[in-house]
Write a protein that binds this ligand. Structure first.
Ligand code: 5AD
Ligand code: SF4
Length: 446
């Protein structure tokens, strides 16, 4: 009797942002269609793919450490190693020359070539040949429109509506690793949202490197998100990551007034100083940014604002850093991601400006901002004590299985005791807040 051939097993590891998580699901769908099987266990994988991130130094270092772990594994058995995503794109020479370990490199626009790259690499390995499979061309058109990623059942589903970025912020590697901006057709996105809602997802989060610059024909982002919020079954619509330059009145109104578009805007400011903002090529001044904040809050004061900040950018003085510190004090965001500037190969900043703020000063600045933001986040969250909020239940709390957690419309985490307040993931419940920390609101029975 003939035995069925065992299909090669793939293990995929994902680093970095939500777009990378999304891309890993695309890759999974694409390769499953070609008969590959996926395993959670890297020890029994024939192929290990690493979907990488190059946006900041620490992501980059993590990937390199992981690669050296794989070196040991590869010595013990036949193994094909592939590097996907932003690092594959950005470090092609480095990774192919210095890392004999890597068999396949595939950039973010080349995932369709993976089945052929993998089968070639496996054949070469069986025949004892040395081969490298390289697919790193960026495309002006690839949006993977026809591939619906395999979604893990849950409450939230991500939908990539656009890819790439044309902004060229001087510190950022994304325009080089992910290429030019391109948007999917609205019809396909709306159809996908319908399928997602029919599968039981209650929330959709629209995803893109520069999501609010979405444009397809005469559809802009406000038009798109409003249409998606109308899809039956979609209880909440969110989006990430926007740029402050693309907030026309129509989008502000959609967020401020549409009952199913969440009252949360992540508004990366990066710096509060005009000279630094100019060097960063952010295209707005501190004043313009603050005017936008005022407009948002005057339309609906309940909108939760969060941000990204980079501390220690090239030539940033103490006084310029203080402007950023004061920006946090003035805006009083609900939360902020604070990053230490790390120079990325190929970026405008790497070519034009020396990375001259000493490491110690950079860390001191990050620490000062983190401490300040922690205090503000706690104060902000305490403003909810006594309030009754609508919460979308997600599941068990991270810290304790005795507690459940969910998110407010403004994307703030709420936890409560499961026995006292029973709930199911996907339910919209009402919760009374009785206490708050910098990151969490605590609810009890009404
Ligand atoms: N160094 C530090 N932080 C960076 N970011 C992007 N590039 C860099 C860099 N070279 C941060 C920005 C951006 C977020 C996604 O990552 O704040 O908004
Ligand atoms: Fe990078 Fe700026 Fe584009 Fe965001 S908007 S992805 S920071 S270049």
């Amino acid at each position: 009797m003939k035995t069925k051939p065992v299909p090669p097993q793939i293990h995929i590891e994902t680093f970095g942002c939500q777009m990378n998580e999304y891309d890993s699901e695309l890759v999974r769908t694409l390769l499953k269609r070609k008969g590959y099987v996926f395993t959670e266990d890297r020890e029994c994988a024939d192929i290990i793919l690493m979907n990488t991130c190059a946006i900041r130094e620490n992501a980059h270092t993590k990937v390199y450490t992981h690669l050296s772990d794989l070196k040991a594994l590869k010595k013990t058995r036949p193994l094909v190693v592939g590097v996907l995503g932003c690092m594959a794109q950005n470090l092609k020479e480095d990774l192919t020359n210095k890392e004999p370990l890597v068999d396949i490199l595939a950039g973010p626009d080349s995932y369709r070539q993976l089945p052929i790259l993998i089968s070639n690499a496996m054949r070469a390995q069986q025949q004892g040949e040395k081969s490298k499979g390289l697919a790193v061309d960026l495309s002006e058109y690839e949006t993977y429109d026809d591939i619906v990623p395999e979604r893990v059942p849950g409450v939230n589903a991500w939908i990539a509506v656009m890819r790439g970025c044309d902004n060229f912020c001087s510190f950022c590697v994304v325009p080089y690793t992910r290429g030019r901006e391109r948007s999917r057709d609205p019809e396909g996105i709306i159809e996908e949202a319908g399928q997602i809602a029919a599968q039981g997802f209650k929330q959709i989060t629209l995803l893109g490197q520069n999501v609010n610059s979405y444009r397809s024909g005469d559809w802009d982002f406000a038009h798109l998100i409003t249409a998606l919020a109308k899809v039956p079954g979609v209880e909440r619509a969110r989006f990430t990551l926007p740029h402050p330059k693309d907030f026309p009145t129509s989008l502000l109104e959609a967020v401020a007034f549409h009952p199913r578009i969440c009252k949360h805007i992540h508004l990366p400011s990066q710096s509060g100083n005009d000279r630094i903002l100019g060097m960063m090529n952010r295209t707005y001044t501190r004043r313009e940014y603050l005017l936008l904040v005022d407009r948002i809050r005057s339309m609906n004061p309940d909108i939760v604002l969060t941000t990204d900040i980079i501390a220690g950018f090239c030539s940033e003085t103490d006084a310029e850093f203080s402007d950023t510190y004061r920006l946090l004090e003035e805006v009083r965001y609900h939360s902020a991601f604070i990053f230490l500037y790390s120079e990325r190969t190929n970026t405008i900043a790497a070519r034009k400006f020396p990375d001259d703020v000493p490491a110690q000063i950079k860390s001191q600045r990050v620490t000062a901002l983190v401490e300040l933001q922690r205090r503000i986040s706690t104060e902000r969250n305490r403003e909810y004590v006594g309030a009754t909020l609508s919460v979308l239940v997600e599941g068990d709390a991270k810290k304790s299985p005795l507690q459940a957690m969910g998110k407010t419309d403004g994307n703030i985490t709420v936890v409560w005791n499961k026995t006292a307040l029973p709930s199911q993931p996907g339910q919209l419940v009402t919760r009374e807040i009785y206490d708050a920390s910098a990151s969490t609101l605590y609810a009890r029975a009404l």
